[in-house]
Design a binder for this molecule. Structure first.
Ligand SMILES: NC(=O)c1ccc[n+]([C@@H]2O[C@H](COP(=O)([O-])OP(=O)(O)OC[C@H]3O[C@@H](n4cnc5c(N)ncnc54)[C@H](OP(=O)(O)O)[C@@H]3O)[C@@H](O)[C@H]2O)c1
Length: 239
């Protein structure tokens, strides 16, 4: 048990998720649980943060395994009795870099299914498991890490699996926000921009610090903060 707020970050072992764990852990009143699909990678990430004086706990969690997600929920219920912050960050981008293969004319349905399972359904199950715990305390902040590639207003061709998964994730943000209306559980989507990570690559224009900034803001919104929005650089953007 702890008086601190409990924050859960998926895919927290590297990239933007790791930076979100670091920045949330710097807030004195937040206990971060860094979750990762590989147990050792999660432990190593926490050990790195410990060297910076940050006490972050690790938990093994593959977001494509709904049974694991609901076991995690049971663990949180028993250990802390609540959850305050959820950052649905875990994501994959497995569309081909080959122009023809990545086209909607020829995309392999397996790519779409696999990407949806991680990027969209994983977040759905995380919310189904944890939102009831948030509702119990009438407090919750949920951040769905989406992408400009899921913006319908800016939609281009190619990368079909990734684009559809982020469109679905944004749809879930809107659906949850509507069903949570009138509660103090706020849910928003955000785009981190093009960030230097395993996924973004070395040519990306933003640092992980810049990529994580809007997520930290949304994860710590005041009670009168927005819900059901899509943000980049702390500003609302079109769907
Ligand atoms: N980088 C960008 O430019 C950019 C732009 C827009 C949006 N985003 C979004 O930002 C988020 C983070 O991306 P990133 O750039 O930090 O990517 P990254 O460096 O590739 O890291 C992805 C993280 O997700 C984890 N992950 C993947 N599948 C998982 C699963 N089934 N269960 C649990 N964890 C899983 C990875 O774990 P492993 O280490 O085990 O692989 C890793 O920790 C993603 O949702 C991505 O779509 C990124």
């Amino acid at each position: 048990m702890t008086d601190k707020k409990i924050a859960i970050v998926t895919g927290g072992n590297r990239g933007i998720g790791f930076e979100i764990c670091r920045q949330l852990a710097r807030e004195k009143d937040i206990q971060v649980l860094l979750t990762s699909r590989d147990k050792d990678k999660g432990k190593d990430a926490c050990a790195q943060l410990k060297k910076e004086g940050l006490e972050v706990l690790s938990y093994e969690l593959d977001v494509t395994d709904e049974n694991e997600i609901f076991r995690f929920r049971d663990y949180l219920k028993k250990e802390y009795g609540r959850v305050d912050i959820l950052v649905n960050n875990a994501g994959i981008f497995i569309d081909s870099h080959d122009h023809t293969e990545a086209s909607v004319f020829s995309v392999d349905i397996k790519t779409i299914r696999k990407t949806m399972k991680t990027n969209a359904y994983g977040s759905l199950f995380m919310c189904q498991a944890l939102v009831p715990l948030m509702n119990k305390n009438n407090y919750g902040r949920i951040v769905n890490i989406s992408s400009g590639m899921g913006q319908l207003s800016e939609m281009n061709g190619g990368s079909v699996g990734y684009r559809l998964s982020k469109v679905a994730l944004n749809g879930l943000t809107r659906i949850w926000a509507d069903e949570l209306k009138g509660t103090n559980v706020l849910i928003n989507s955000m785009c981190p921009g093009w960030v230097k990570t395993g996924m973004g690559g070395a040519n990306a224009t933003r640092s992980v610090e810049e990529g994580a900034d809007t997520a930290i803001w949304l994860a710590t919104l005041p009670d009168d903060g927005p819900s059901g929005g899509f943000f980049r650089d702390r500003k609302e953007i079109a769907w």
